[in-house]
Design a protein around this ligand. Structure first.
Ligand SMILES: C[S@@+](CC[C@H](N)C(=O)[O-])C[C@H]1O[C@@H](n2cnc3c(N)ncnc32)[C@H](O)[C@@H]1O
Length: 360
């Protein structure tokens, strides 16, 4: 079964799989989708609105305004992000997929039978399916735990994954954690099943949504729980491909959805999406591409009796995406008290998958 299933993947090797194609292909191989109970645990230390509303207000009050990037990741945002992933210009998806495809057998060597694999920001879990199928083909029993912020999206993606690995037939056991990276670090730190070896999977260049300093702090907080980390990071230095990839119409829609999500959490139409545009630019000081909301005219945002004024053309940062080559990743890991155990790079050295552990 597993050999046949894995054999279906080379078709997708050089292009990121279109919507659900991986999941559907594999589903045909393993059999009918199952209706199994999905194990979801809410590990949030605070409800989402309680976490994000103060962050929105803080961002609007800052000298350089910004909104939390977490606003982008509601269920609708994840569907819009799927469209970004499928765009031929969005090179990071194709590049990571193709690299993972080539090295998945090596990467999975560090995971043993009985281990736990916790994925941070699991998203659509297409890459996860490839990794789990490889582990299954290696006859390893693994506990897979998907952590992401939106309960509805998480449930849907786990259901799809579970149709490939039905609990009654598979040695891959699946569960979900609703929460942020901070919630996951706190959960790992006090989890009673910590005797199990845990590997954290952080793909999709997600770690680079934070500044190098913040990324170091995240790595530190995860490694000190005794876990290893497998991290996928984009190291492109080609400004043209970065702009093409991050400033397309699909990205515009993805980012502007953050304003609708903010309105939903604030429970008021504070942001009129028609009054805002999108802009992207490279910030050389942090090696990051940055996306912004741009006021189309002078306007005032009203929240809980307070007013926030914007002049025409003023920006609010939405999300950043670092482009860090291997040397930079090593610095970040070193600052976190971590050690780079292994790395797998594509031929051009423009994308890397890294295995990190705490320094001995
Ligand atoms: C760039 S996508 C990557 C998705 C997937 N890992 C992949 O490689 O295709 C980032 C994912 O992380 C989740 N995410 C973003 N910020 C998060 C946070 N602070 N805590 C937990 N998950 C987060 C998003 O919901 C989204 O699924």
């Amino acid at each position: 079964m597993s050999a046949a299933t894995i054999a279906s993947f080379p078709n997708f090797r050089d292009s990121y799989p279109a919507s659900k194609s991986v999941l559907h292909t594999t589903q045909l191989v393993v059999g009918a989708p199952c209706k199994e109970l999905i194990q979801l645990h809410d590990i949030r230390q605070q409800p989402t609105a309680q976490n994000l509303v103060p962050a929105i207000v803080k961002g609007l009050s800052a000298p350089s305004k910004d909104l939390p990037s977490l606003l982008l990741w509601n269920d609708h945002g994840l569907s819009l992000y799927d469209t970004v992933l499928e765009s031929p210009d969005y090179y990071p998806a194709t590049r990571e997929w193709s690299l993972l495809h080539t090295v998945v057998h090596k990467i999975t060597h560090s995971i043993s039978s009985g281990d736990r694999l916790v994925e941070l920001g699991a998203g659509n879990m297409k890459k996860t399916a490839l990794i789990l199928q490889t582990l299954q083909a290696q006859h390893k029993s693994v506990y897979y735990v998907a952590c992401d912020v939106d309960r509805v999206a998480l449930r849907r993606c786990i259901r799809e994954l579970q149709s490939i690995f039905p609990a009654h037939k598979s040695n891959i056991k699946i569960q979900g954690l609703v929460g942020t990276y901070e919630d996951c670090a706190a959960w790992l730190a006090c989890d009673s099943s910590n005797a199990q070896m845990t590997t954290l999977l952080w793909l999709g260049n997600s770690m680079a949504n934070f500044t190098p300093h913040e990324a170091s702090e995240y790595i530190h907080s995860f490694l000190r729980t005794g876990s290893s980390m497998i991290v996928g990071l984009d190291g492109s230095e080609d400004q043209d491909e970065i702009a093409r990839s991050y400033e397309a119409q699909t990205n515009r829609e993805f980012v502007l959805n953050g304003l609708d999500h903010a309105n939903e959490l604030l429970d008021t139409a504070a942001f009129d999406v028609d009054h805002w545009d999108f802009m992207g630019r490279w910030n050389p000081s942090v090696w990051m591409h940055e996306a912004f909301y741009v006021a189309k005219k002078d306007l005032t945002v009203h929240i809980a009796g307070a007013e926030y004024h914007f002049h025409r053309g003023e920006t609010m940062r939405s999300i950043r995406s670092g482009k860090w080559p291997k040397m930079k990743v090593m610095d970040i890991c070193n600052d976190a008290g971590g050690q780079l155990i292994d790395s797998w790079m594509n031929q051009q050295n423009s994308y890397g998958i890294y295995l990190l552990r705490k320094k001995a």
